[in-house]
Design a protein around this ligand. Sequence first.
Ligand code: SAM
Length: 471
Amino acid sequence: MAKYGDDNYMEATYIDHQLIESILEKTKNVTDEAIDAVIEKAKFKNGLDLEEIATLLQAHTPGQIKKIYDIAAAIKQSIYGNRVVLFAPLYVSNYCVNNCVYCGYKRENQFGRRKLTEAEIREEVRILERMGHKRLALEAGEDPVNCTIDYIVDTLRVIYDEASEKSNIRRVNVNIASTTIENYKKLKAADIGTYILFQETYHKPTYLEMHPKSLKGNYEYHLTAFDRAQQGGVDDVGAGVLFGLYDHRFEVLALMLHNQHLEDNYGVGFHTISVPRIKKAEGMELDQFDYTIDDETFKKIVAILRIAVPFTGIILSTRESQEMRKELIHYGVSQLSAGSCTGVGGYKESEEGPQEVAQFKVSDERSPMEVISGLIEDGFIPSYCTSCYRMGRTGDRFMKLAKTGQIQHVCQPNALMTLKEYALDFGDEAFNKQVDAFIDKEIERVKDENTKATVIKGIEDLNSGKRDIFL
Ligand code: SAM
């Protein structure tokens, strides 16, 4: 089976456009009875094939949509419980040699480009630590000269090294351009968390149109990034589509094919799927894009993804509004960013005043504490857990635990303990009261006696000054 290394990437054909188009054509006019039959099958939580997913994407009556949401919510609850993992993006460089039609960082946009110096990285990290963050997503534009892999590796070292009195960053996911096996090896050696890369669109003609005359413009090289990442030892990867560039139904089926390819070849598919929707950015107008999706379609996509790949985390960013985020954590989202800035040096600038050029506009501008408080009010456990990756539970090792349901016994205690740690270090009196009452209630709900005892002991240890306790 082809592994698609640095040289043979052009041979990658696993996003079979003809297959996807034939399935979309076949399911274009499915009857309500056919949709209802797939909804019934989805209830068994055994996953769905491409044709069934395409059929679900045609659901349209309020009754069908409600059933899809209910199944997605039940799957979310049985696999992830009521936990939601929090993180923040850190933009380190806006140099970019690409000219992506949709992106604020495109090379034709004229603004002062820069990357953070070591001192500036430390300053941003200190601000993020004061916000309570433990998990970051490092973001950079693509520029092999101004933003080299060595700069990214160095940045990882600086981030992990910078610890404040109360906090430290424990996991850094990295969202940088598709690169070589050699470079993925360097990222692995530098303790990367998840390697995240969005295909933007899987539809090759649209991909070529959206990425004119640039390094990123090579569809196959971009597509095979995860093949090279796996060969470089990075076994934890996160995918995504930028919804709005092409037909969302095509993109969802293509995501499934990509995931299947990784499962077949490396024994593990995506750890996460991100679902960014296109937002207004410098140098583009939203009405240039023919495939933007409305809120109802977006919610349906998230719920169908949850049903189609129950064990893959779904990440939602602050591109979405508070209301949308609140609703989607019920139907499938398992990770949220909070308190985000999408400009280089954005955290320092937002402490001091308005930001300069950001990559795109954010919609949810609440602070992490406001986000956490809102989640608790809605019955969710905000989690700063970073344990899996630090305990070596990545790639197929993570998936095995997730699929047997055993992961619950570590995730639940870790979520409650990291929430308590956050409250002790950053909460005010009212917030801490809210957290303590919530944790007491959640401990009562833990059925497994060993897990319960572990949480109670952990909370006691945190109260007496211990930190960074995890299973
Ligand atoms: N430069 C990296 C690459 O080439 O893949 C990715 C980093 S970029 C900072 C992160 C993501 O932001 C992109 O993959 C894209 O999906 C998303 N993005 C870019 N412009 C956007 C826009 N106008 N609205 C929403 N998301 C956008």
